[in-house]
Structures are given as C-alpha cells and as structure tokens.
Design a protein around this ligand. Structure first.
Ligand SMILES: NC(=O)CC[C@H](N)C(=O)O
Length: 240
C-alpha cells in the first residue's frame, strides 16, 4: 500500500485537520498563530456554516459573559451545543473553559437578573476570577500530565493566568491534567491563631479533559507554548 496514495490513508491522516477559532471576542489571533505553528489549518468561526466545516474548535480566552451573549446574537448557540454533544473536539482556554463547563459556581447576572449561560458539555463546575485580587494575574510553572511523548520525561508548562477560573468540581468522566496550589496562609492561618499557624494549600484543577473536550484555566496561546495545542490536534486525529 502506497503511503502517497490519499485513498489508502484514513480520513484523519489524509489531511491536516481544519481547526476553527470561535471569533466573536477574545484572543482569537493568538490561538490562530498557535494552531498554524503546529502545522494545522485554521479558520475563523462566526457563522453556523463555518462551524459545520471544522474538525475541531477552540473557544478562546476573553470575557465569557460577552461571548455567551454573542453566540446567541450570531445564531451559534444551538449549533455549538449540538456539535459539542455530537462529539466535536473542542478546546477552551480561560473564558473558553467557562463556556464548556456544565456549571458556573458564581455566574454573572445581567440587569434583568438573568444569569450568564454556558454551552456546556464538560461535567465540571468552575468559579470565575477565582484566584482573588492579589493574584488576579500570575504566571507559574505547571506540571501537566500527558504532554511528553511516551518514554520521555514531562517538563513543566509555563502557564499565564489572567483573571482565570478554577475548577471546583469534576465529574467522574473528567480527568484532571494540571492543578495549582492556592496558598491560604496569610489570612486564614493568622485568624486561626498564632499557635495553630501553618501553611495550608488548597489544590485546584486548572486543566481538565473529558473525551473530546479539553479545557485550561490558563493561556498557552500567549506564551509560545505549543504542546497544549499539539495535544488538542492529536485528540482531533484520534491519537490522544
Ligand atoms: N482571560 C480570560 O479569559 C478571563 C475570563 C474572564 N474572567 C471571564 O469570566 O470570562
């Protein structure tokens, strides 16, 4: 069988997958650059017909309340929910993670008291802007499961968090790929009294996967980190 004959190759290896970036608001260009750097084809998605053409979709970081509203204005909410439910591989970063979550612990409400909606699909509960005021934005080296080729050591991901959510609950089907420690030393421990002072750390999930859905609280697209996008492309190809 000739490797060069396209008919002899499976549909996933015959061509590079076409990856759509939901381009309503947020850091669309950064994701597009990251996808291109991984050698995959990329296109903007603003219409149902554009959504129908893609093999995988990225929900960028930005403002989840705005993206939520715009999906409805652009007639994309139901098509997005339908394709996610039908198994479309989707990667959401930051606001994109919020949009993929089945539940938001603290949804924003508009003037009429309507809570923001998500697209859902990923059985997690997220808390928006979760890391608190002092550390609204921060960078850290993060251990991330499953990025290194088999047999090679994992090396940390340089992760940038910008008013990021964390994951408070994961369903049974959801795998945690990375977590951070939230040090609750200063306020909590001092209040408990000097004798009992100790450093306590809460561990919070910041990268999760469930089958065809991948989400990170942080932004690999802004640091030149390509391994998360590569993982997503392998998921689309059925290789991860
Ligand atoms: N960098 C981001 O995507 C921030 C997410 C934003 N805090 C939200 O709730 O949508």
């Amino acid at each position: 069988m000739s490797e060069n004959n396209p008919e002899n190759q499976s549909s996933t290896t015959r061509k590079q997958p076409l990856i759509g970036i939901l381009a309503l608001q947020g850091d669309v260009r950064e994701h597009a650059r990251a996808v291109q750097a991984c050698g995959a084809a990329v296109t903007s998605v603003r219409r149902p017909s554009e959504l129908a053409a893609v093999d995988g979709l990225i929900l960028p970081g930005g403002e989840s309340t705005t993206i939520d509203k715009l999906t409805r204005i652009f007639g994309l909410r139901d098509p997005l929910r339908d394709r996610i439910a039908a198994g479309l591989p989707v990667y959401g970063s930051c606001a994109g993670m919020i949009l993929l979550a089945n539940e938001i612990a603290d949804p924003a409400k508009d003037r009429d008291g309507n809570a923001q909606q998500t697209l859902g699909g990923l059985d997690i509960t997220v808390r928006r802007n979760a890391f608190g005021r002092q550390v609204d934005s921060f960078e850290t080296a993060l251990d991330f499961t499953g990025l290194a080729p088999v047999g090679e050591a994992e090396t940390p991901v340089h992760a940038v968090f910008i008013r990021a959510p964390w994951v408070e609950r994961v369903g049974a089907s959801v795998q945690v790929l990375a977590s951070v420690e939230k040090r609750a030393a200063t306020e909590g421990a001092t209040q408990a009294g000097a004798q009992n002072d100790r450093i306590v750390a809460e561990v919070r999930a910041v990268a999760v996967r469930s089958q065809h859905l991948l989400a990170t609280s942080f932004h690999p697209e802004v640091t030149g980190e390509r391994r998360i996008h590569e993982l997503f492309i392998r998921m689309i190809r059925g290789e991860a």
